[in-house]
Write a protein that binds this ligand. Structure first.
Ligand code: XIL
Length: 401
């Protein structure tokens, strides 16, 4: 009895004593119990108190900031953007890990001008797949997995030197009909979620895969649980089933729950705080909460910082995951100026919370934004216009950092 306890204790020390973290992997931060030194040629650099990362020694900062972007010029309000700073550079100068954008090969694969902006790491240090890792794309038939488009997104990020947020494992939307209409019992649906999450997450496992939105949009706006095939069959347990399947599939990925309308204090934000709290208490793996931030010009949240602080107090990190700020078309100079202020308001709340590790826009250009096709009569929600020209909103983001 005594011997085996000693042996177990010793064993548990071994990996920490000898392992060195791989390139781009985590090497420190609050709650981190893994390796704190990096493989040869890489240095462990603190991004914020929650995260240190192995980055090439050649690009590790020596004394002052090496990222630039600290002193942007932001004088415009009506015309185009005037800031010379890049969004990712500004985020890093503010101590964040990244500024990123959602995209997919369907866009960067056939639009050279778009792709040229996408690969500028002064602007974007992180990519999220718009659609290519969703259930209907990755497991259109039970047990048949197709990763081509997701692999293209990851290859693009790798070629550009960007990290990736996986999106997503379990969501009521963009779900193939074999899942929604299968009439599965609890045992079968549990196994289906486990297989989907673990196959998806393990396929994309790698040094640039930073985080996964394991659970997407679990709540209704009043904070009650969304009625979908997962909740209706398994109750709230589907959340832990997904998270528990994702953890061993990629132990170094941060596991998130992601939702919208949790940015304002209120019933839905409270429901998310309570969920994270109960998962933590039950020992279910949960590392982060994503604030989607699909906002309307003139109506952005000013209480997001409070909600973010409630989350980080529970020991999870937070991120802005799908930011865009739409307006009723046509756009005017005044609306674009308000949008600039709104972007600044949103970003400055992430800046103020040390556990807010980064921000992602849900595509960077109005050319491809999902808004016009989803919200009738609305659009122009992104920091670049449909001609790929920077808008005042770009300055607003820089000013927010
Ligand atoms: C959207 C995509 O942008 C669209 O192309 C697709 O038709 C529908 O889904 N919340 C999310 C994202 O978590 O996955 C959604 O993306 C936007 C809302």
């Amino acid at each position: 009895m005594k011997l085996s306890a000693t042996f177990t204790a010793l064993l548990s020390l071994v990996p920490f004593a000898v392992a060195q973290q791989a390139a781009w992997g985590q090497c420190g931060g609050i709650g981190w119990t893994g390796a704190t030194t990096c493989v040869s040629g890489y240095a462990c650099v603190e991004t914020n108190e929650y995260y240190s990362q192995c980055i090439p020694s050649s690009s590790a900062p020596t004394s002052s900031s090496s990222q630039g972007g600290g002193t942007p010029t932001t004088t415009s309000s009506g015309g185009g953007a005037t800031s010379t700073a890049g969004l990712n550079s500004a985020a890093k100068a503010a101590g964040k890990m990244y500024f990123g954008t959602a995209t997919d090969e369907s866009e960067f694969g056939s639009d050279a001008a778009y792709a040229a902006i996408l690969k500028e790491t002064t602007e974007f240090g992180q990519l999220t797949p718009l659609n290519s890792m969703k259930w209907d794309s990755t497991e259109p038939e039970r047990g048949t997995f197709t990763f081509t488009a997701g692999d293209q997104l990851v290859a693009e990020a790798k070629a550009n030197g960007q990290i990736v947020r996986g999106h997503n494992c379990v969501w009521y939307n963009q779900l193939p009909s074999w899942v929604t209409s299968g009439n599965f019992n609890t045992t079968a649906l549990t196994s289906i979620i486990q297989t989907h999450c673990s196959t998806l997450v393990s396929h994309f496992k790698g040094e640039i895969l930073y985080a996964w939105d394991v659970i997407n949009e679990p709540f209704n706006d009043d904070g009650t649980w969304r009625s979908d095939v997962f909740y209706n069959t398994l109750g709230t347990s589907y959340v832990s089933i997904g998270l528990n399947a994702a953890r061993p599939a990629d132990p170094s990925a941060k596991l998130y729950i992601n939702d919208y309308n949790i940015e304002n204090t209120g019933a839905k934000a409270t429901a998310m705080v309570n969920l994270v709290s109960s998962l933590k208490a039950a020992g279910v793996p949960i590392d982060g909460v994503g604030f989607q931030c699909h906002f309307i010009v003139g109506e952005v949240s000013t209480t997001m910082q409070t909600v973010m602080e409630q989350m980080t107090a529970l020991g999870v990190e937070v991120a802005i995951t799908e930011l865009d700020i739409r307006m009723t078309l046509p756009s005017t100079t005044a609306l674009l100026a308000q949008q600039q202020k709104d972007y600044e308001t949103v970003i400055s709340q992430c800046k103020a919370v040390s556990g807010c590790i980064g921000a992602t826009v849900w595509d960077f250009t109005d050319k491809y934004s999902w808004v016009p096709s989803t919200f009738s009569g609305q659009g122009d929600a992104c920091p670049w216009d449909s001609n790929l020209v920077k808008k005042p909103a770009h300055d607003g983001i820089v000013a927010g950092f």
